[in-house]
Design a binder for this molecule. Structure first.
Ligand code: NOJ
Length: 464
């Protein structure tokens, strides 16, 4: 029969993170996270490194003051949200656990109220026939650990392993899909090198150190998980744009290769094969010169292969040669984007990234852990819940998923980002990605048309 069909056992659902959805940031023993700390510190500005004009030119909205106290009110209304997921017909949901809720001091005593809360969420998902996919870390480092240097502190891997152990022991009997870190490309690269994400550090040597301890923490959690024989799978979620050369010149080709290796490859390559991308170390002297001592011995000692890769795919990125930049490359305007447009959809790029990772890493098991359509929250245009752009977005990306599976790629699941309009990273409520519209004052929720469309796909496994 003609048509696009997903396999019967394909995991299909929605995603959200604790920080962006829960709200209740100071309730039941939770401590402050790095996101809440900086959100407050820079409330009303674009952060420490941008003027209001620069932020506006990048399409960013100023930090909100108390928005993270709300998210989409998931903490209090998880039951209704999960009922909606059940009605949607999705068979999975990707969520994260808040470290500052579970271990408020970062290390040490466990907050039983948090364990009780997440038990209720996980049990409710299971009751509704929804497989939980759980991220240990999605943005919200306890601020008390950031005060000690965060990821750049050599003790970070130990802190993280201790936290992971608490989570595996508490939830591992029921959670069978785990991920260590979400998008280190943002929290570490943007957070420590570019300075556009908490903790807003701009220091290349500190970035390389933070990335290294982040990787060692990942390996330690993967090794621990495997040693516990809980019968599930563990991976990591990476931000993987489709990176293409800006022109056909050899210089731009090389620049695009360097950007792949230094951006997402800086994590995927060590995670899959236990080595840093050699091309970057050879061709970008600033990388080689600032590497942490004994980095390869560390990788040799701790490397542990994960079971799958999570791919967050949003955009295409055209890259040009730039001899003056650290990476010898710079992104230029992407294909099909309007000037200044963020998150310009580029469905064909989904094929490219899965193909790239699958071909490079022996057709490893892959999940699209995020893919989502961002619409600006101007005059609350989405209030009508009529979102044809998002329907087209879903259709075109999910057709790409069908093509990839037909082509033999080991793609096992797809998560739309996000389940409901939530707090968007540093943009507060300035962008809406949700398939459920949320009134962030009252908590009212309404399904957008895209959710009805998605529901048809979940129930029939057809994308037509
Ligand atoms: C990826 C991040 O994991 C998620 O937290 C964020 O909201 C989306 N990108 C959209 O920016």
């Amino acid at each position: 029969m003609y048509g696009f069909r997903l396999p019967k056992d394909f995991l299909i659902g929605t995603a959200n993170s604790a920080f962006q959805s829960e709200g209740a940031w100071d309730r039941d023993g939770k401590s402050l996270s790095i996101m809440e700390y900086y959100g407050r510190k820079y409330a009303g500005t674009y952060g420490p490194h941008f003027t209001m004009e620069e932020g506006a030119a990048m399409g960013k909205v100023p930090f909100g003051q108390d928005e993270n106290a709300r998210g989409c009110f998931f903490y209090d209304h998880y039951e209704e949200y999960i009922e909606d997921m059940r009605k949607t017909g999705q068979n999975t949901y990707r969520m994260s656990l808040a470290w500052p809720r579970i271990i408020p001091n970062g290390v040490g005593p466990v907050n039983q109220a948090a364990i009780d809360h997440y038990n209720k969420v996980i049990n409710k998902l299971l009751e509704c026939g929804i497989t939980p996919f759980v991220d240990l870390y999605h943005w919200d480092l306890p601020q008390c650990l950031q005060d000690k240097g965060g990821f750049a502190n050599p003790s970070f891997p130990e802190w993280f392993e201790a936290y992971a152990k608490v989570c595996f022991e508490a939830f591992g009997d029921r959670v069978k899909m785990w991920s260590t870190f979400n998008e280190s490309q943002i929290s570490i690269y943007n957070g420590y090198s570019v300075g556009t994400f908490p903790p807003f550090i701009k220091n290349h040597a500190v970035f390389l150190q933070a990335a290294h301890y982040n990787l060692l923490a990942h390996f330690r959690a993967v090794r621990l998980y495997k040693s516990m024989s809980l019968g599930g799978k563990i991976g990591a979620v990476n931000c993987i744009p489709a990176i293409m050369p800006a022109t056909m010149t050899p210089q731009d080709y090389n620049a695009a290769e360097l950007r792949k290796d230094s951006y997402f490859g800086w994590w995927t390559q060590p995670m899959m094969e236990g080595t840093y991308p050699q091309k970057v170390l050879r061709e970008c002297p600033d990388f080689a010169a600032a590497m942490p001592p004994h980095y390869q011995q560390d990788l040799d000692q701790y490397f542990e292969k994960m079971d799958f890769i999570g791919i967050n795919y949003y955009i295409g990125n055209r890259t040009a040669h730039d001899p003056n930049s650290l990476l010898r490359s710079t992104p230029v305007a992407s294909f099909y984007s309007a000037p200044g447009q963020r998150f310009a959809p580029y469905p064909a790029g989904l094929f490219d990234v899965v193909q790239y990772i699958g071909d490079r890493y022996n057709n490893v098991e892959m999940y699209i852990t995020e893919n989502g359509c961002a619409l600006p929250n101007i005059n609350d245009q989405e209030k009508e819940c009529d979102d044809p752009e998002r329907i087209t977005y879903l259709r075109e990306h999910l057709r790409m998923v069908c093509r990839l599976i037909k082509a033999g790629y080991n793609l096992k699941g797809y998560y739309y980002w996000n389940d409901a309009d939530s707090h968007e990273e540093l943009d507060g409520f300035g962008l809406r990605f949700g398939m459920t519209w949320v009134n962030h004052e009252t908590g009212e929720r309404i399904w957008k048309k895209s959710r009805y469309y998605f529901s048809e796909i979940c129930k029939t496994k057809l994308v037509n």
